[in-house]
Each structure stands twice: as C-alpha cells, then as structure tokens.
Design a protein around this ligand. Sequence first.
Ligand code: UDP
Ligand code: LCN
Length: 777
Amino acid sequence: MKNPQLMEELDKSMDDKVEKTKLMEGFLGYIIGSTQEAAVLPPLVAFAVRVQPGIWEFVKVHSEDLSVEEITPSEYLKCKETIFDEKWARDVNSLEVDFGAFDQSTPLITLPSSIGNGMQFISRFMSSRLNEHSESLRPLLDYLLKLNHRGQKLMINETLSTVNKLQTALLLAEVFVGGLPKNTPFQKFEHRFEEWGLVKGWGDTAGTVKDSLNYLSEVLQAPDPVNMEKFFARVPCIFNIVIFSPHGYFGQADVLGLPDTGGQVVYILDQVKAFEEELLQRIKQQGLSFKPRILVVTRLIPEAKGTKCNQELEPILNTNHSHILRVPFMTGSSVLREWVSRFDIYPYLERYAQDAAAKIVDILEGKPDLIIGNYTDGNLVASLVASNLGVTQGTIAHALEKTKYEDSDVKWKELDPKYHFSCQFTADMISMNAADFIITSTYQEIAGSKDKVGQYESHYAFTLPKLCRFATGINVFDPKFNIASPGADQSIYFPFTQKQKRLSSFRPAIEELLYSKTDNDEHMGYLEDRNKPIVFSMARLDTVKNITGLVEWYGKNKKLRQLVNLVVVAGFFDASKSKDREEISEIKKMHSLIDKYQMKGQMRWIAAQTDRARNGELYRCIADTGGAFVQPALYEAFGLTVIEAMNCGLPTFATNQGGPAEIIVDGISGFHINPTKGDEASSKMAEFFETCRDDKSYWNKISTAGLQRIYECYTWKIYATKVLNMGSVYGFWRQLIKDDKNIKHKYLQLFYNVHYRNLVKAVPLAFDEAQQAPQPL
Ligand code: UDP
Ligand code: LCN
C-alpha cells in the first residue's frame, strides 16, 4: 500500500471527523502521514516511514495488540517480498547485498540539509584525517610526489621526501616570490624553485604561485577545509577527461528527438565546452602548456540514419581539443549495424568497455585523469574502464528508470521482457557504489523533498524478489553525492526581447512550421486563429514525457481551447517507421486523441526538431505570441527544455514530479502542474491566460522572474568549476581511503561476475536483418 491508499483506508475506517483530526495531529498520525509504503500481511503490517528526506524508520505493527517493533531495512524488505514470492522471502539463503557494510569507515553526512554537499564535507573530513598525528600528512606528500603528466613531474620532485622538507621548501619559496612583482612569469624563477625541489605547476606568475604555496603551507601547518579546497582547486591533476555515453544517437546534428536521444546529448556537448574552457584557464593559471583532451565516447552505429553516428572520430564544434569517439558494439566478430534500444543494450557493454578502453589509451597516449559516466550503460562502462585503468570516476544518472515506473523493482519480472530492469537496476547499483563521486542536477534527484522520495533515495533499500535484496543499495548521506546543476547554452537560448540578436533568417521556416495549412512529414494539423497565444511543448515521444497527456488535457478543456492554440514538437507521425516500442504506442495514441477531441484548427503536431539554433528561435517566436511552455512529464529527472524555455523568457508550466519542481518557484518564476491531475493542470493554464488577458503586465512579470531564476542558479560556468574541483578532491580522497576502497572493489567485482553477468545472459541479442543471428559473447 502506498501512502494515498493508506490515507484512504484510514478515512474509511474512521467516521468521526473529530477523532480523525485528533489522530492525525498526534504522533501516530504523524507516523502514518510519513509512511511511504506499508506491507500488509495480516495480522502484521510493516511500515516504511520516511521521517525526513533520507531518514527512514521501519516498523512492524501487530494489528491485534497494536504493539510496535522496530525492524531493519532487510526485515522490512522480506515482509514486502512475502507478498510477491513468499518462498524466496523466507529462504535464509536468498541473495542479500548490503553495500553499506563496506562503508564503515566512510564518514556519513548527518543533516538532510547537507545532502548533496559532499565535496565540502569531504574537505572537512580530510582536514581532520590529516590532523590526526605526526604521520597523518604523509599520504598528502605521497600524493604530491606521484603527481605527473605523461611522465613530467609536477609541483614537487623526489628530493622533498619528508613533510618537514616540503614545509621548509614552501617557506623559502613563499618568502622569495613575496619579494617579486606579482606578474613575474614563473619561467623567470623556475631554476631557483628547482633548487628547493619545487617544479612546474604552482602557477604562471609570482602572484598565483604565492597563493598556491600559501594554501599548501596552511594545510600542512593545520589542515582546514577552506585552504584544502582552495589548494585542490589549484593542483594540476586533470588534463584528459573521458565521458561515456554509449546509447542512442550521439551526434552534433540531426539527432535530437530520435529514440533514446535527448537532453543527455545536449547536456554532454555543453558540458564538454564548459570543461574545455575551464581546463584551458586552469592549465594556464598553473603555468603549464599541456593541451587538455576530452573524449566523449559513444557507440558507432553503421546504419546512422543520415547522422554522423557512423563516423569514428568527430571534432566537437566550438572546441579545440575535444572529440566524439565512436566505438561499435560487437557481436562475436561482427559489428552490430543497427540502433538498439537502451533497454536492450546490456549484452554489448562488457566487450564495448574493453574495446573503448584500448582506443582511449591509444588516442590519449595514456590513461585519462577522470572518467565520467552517463546513464546506466555509460556509468557501468565507466566503472569497468575506471577500475581497469585505476582512474577517478564520476557518474551522472540523468534519469534513474526505477523511479519512473511505479513498483518496477518488486514487479521486475513482469517488466523484464520489455525493459530488462533486472540488468539495469543491478548495473546502477554497481556503478553508484563503484563511483568516487556522483554528480546530480538537483537536491530532489538525491533526496526528494519533504513529501517526495528522491531518485537516489529510492535505491537505499529495495528488493527484486527472487533475484536480489539490496539491504543497503546506496545511502544518500554518503558524501560522494554532489549537486552541480547544468545550464542551457546562452548563445542559443537567449531572451526574446534581445531583438538585435534574434535569428530572423529562421522566421520564414518557423512561420511555415507553425502556421501553414497543409499536412506533410514535418507537421500535421493547423491553427485557424493565429491571434491566439500558443501553448507549446517539445519532448521525445516517450510515455513518461506525457505529451499525449497534455494533448488530452487541452482537448478536454473548452476554456483553454478558446484562449490558446496548442503546438507540440514530438517524435513523428508514422508508427510503422519506428522501432521504439514506447514511441509506437504514443504515436498511435496521439492520432486517436486528435480525432477524439476534434482538434484540427486548434492544434499543430510538429515532428522532432533537430536544429538547436532554430529551436531557440522557435521558443522565442512562441514567446512573441504571449504563449507559454508546458512540460507535462509524469516524471522528469531534470528537464533541460524547462531551462531552455525560461532562458528565452517564455513563462513555463512544468511537472511537479522531479527536477522542474526545484527549478521553478511555483507562482513566481513559473508554475508547477500535477501530471496526474490533468483537469487541475489545464485549469491552471487557462487561469494564467485569463489573467494575462486582463492584466497585460502579468505575463512579463512571470517571464522576467523566470529569467532571474536561471541567471542565479543554472549556468555552465558554475557547473564546470564545481565538477573539476570534485575530480581533484575525490582523486586525493580515493588515495586516502584506498584500503577500504579496495575491499569494496573486490566485492563489486565478485557481484558483477557471479550475479550481473548471469542476468545479462537472459537479454536477447538484437541482430540486423542483413546478418545472421550472432552467437552470444
Ligand atoms: N529536443 C529537441 N528536439 C526534439 C525534442 C527534444 O531538440 O524534438 C531537445 C530539447 O530542446 C532539449 C533536449 O532535447 O535540449 C531534451 O532534454 P530534456 O532534459 O528536456 O529531456 P530528455 O530527452 O533528456 O529526457
Ligand atoms: C535526461 C532526462 O530525462 C532529463 O530530465 C535531463 O534534463 C537530461 O537527461 C539531462 O540531464
């Protein structure tokens, strides 16, 4: 039973309203109100109570005497499993995994409000670790002694073999550079530095060198988190970054809107640009002349549908040192030629990780310094490669599928033929636990909100009956969690009011796209009254994106239909041309809704749009009509379209399920809508447009507040600084806890080998029509 059912039952069982209010105001009411889920096994009921974000209590209540007993997460999960598979639940030898057992010496955050600030917490903890006794500083010295790039020593050389020697050298050097003009180039005093055992990497001028020396001196004297963070932001330890994103069509043009190809691609391309800029700036400031390299490693798809996904190496536009590297999926000795759904990708990943690692080392002429994974497949591959090469690893979920589909864990068996969640959730567990740090876009992604469980939080204790019970999957209080929100490319998504920057060359095409009266491959339906504002939405045609939901809400709401037109950009119109199961069913649903609600004349359906620059102008043209953007998803992990629309000054209504709830402050910088309450959502929109009709300034007020929110919280510059600092801090942290890390690593390897590999064997291989069915690997 989920909380709403529980409340309903409570309602039914208590007629007396006063009694009920009394109960709900008391402690028992608080517990029931905070219960997320209850496993009902008469005469027992087991409750999973979420006291605060991240804090759970599990209790068992006996319905006869109302005795309450605290139980462990494992015991709670067993109660839940009993409903699905009693035999397995009772079997003492059922597979139970407790990753928490390996983190005994890892400090955990304790305050829910600090969740997601892992780096600051780690800096504090590292300071106290380095403060413990006279030998505690040795690991920092060892780390610095090993620092090099492609064999060239950095910061210190081997003559500084003790902490005392290092401290003396720093003291001498600091006094020396203090006497130089601030802008004296490092080359001018490089020889002098070498006499003290100090080499390149401290800075490009006397001024920056002095600051770096000082940060380390302070840390060695009495480690403190502020200087620790400042010092690690200066350490030259990241030059080459590898970013994995195997699934979908990863490209720079003609790919957006294709199946499995959306925000993740946009995010990574923008991220790479921001990383490269930040790396160039840092390397210069460090006084070094190395060139950074960034490789985005994806899948090579020979049948590329007119995209460049069949090209092995492609330079990334607007960068000088970054490339897309495409590595094919192999089946035996042949290359898989066709796109394969992200849900069916698992049999290819192990071999892919090996092939990709070899290519990467070849291209970079060595190991990368940081590996970042994206989504389940990219994170698993990143874990395999990072563990193989011994490199710091970060992961990004973009979306955790478990949260998108209700009860997809306990009902995994039902869903497995279609989604292979057994592989996906197990792979997620492996990479979350293997990662040195986890990058998230919002707090809610980790720990939800007061009333809603976070995506990662839902992986704390969960079970896949008959397969594996995760007594501790991942703990959101683990300091590996960090929030670094993405931005939107502001050269593309800028306010509609910046008239001189507007891309007027796109106008005729956009005019055609929105208003022409004919149907073709790119658009269908038409807008009879072009004086009405436009309600606009754009997304992949996935079930969770709920574009069909929005069409239905609009279709049903007469008032809204009178006030505005509807334009949606999503997928395409011919179901027989899609190979994506969800897309096929959504295409069919879309056609039937348009017929059912007779929407011709009021609604325009436009096929997926791949030109980002034109899309930017499209958002602005919608703003010109006095319209709004609607993001109606049943669940949205972050929601890049939300920040794109807001960047263009378009008032935005977005789902309250997931990231958008945090991006938008309801009623101020936009509006929240509840995707499960369509009538309420469409009324809220109608109300907005009525108010705008009566008060011309209201639309501008919301538009301006949306922009303000973006500039304060969602930019790529803030992101790149944070994430590169994470790479540096966690790179040292993993050395500091290497013994514990090794033990967990061995366990993860075992789990991968004996459990995960077996699950993968059950996933059928996709094979091309032109090819023979390939043999299993
Ligand atoms: N997008 C696009 N054309 C489409 C559909 C989507 O260009 O037909 C872009 C959209 O502008 C955004 C990204 O794809 O940049 C979708 O990201 P979001 O985070 O909204 O959702 P995701 O697809 O990642 O789940
Ligand atoms: C995947 C999603 O589903 C979106 O919510 C995100 O905005 C996108 O990735 C980028 O992180």
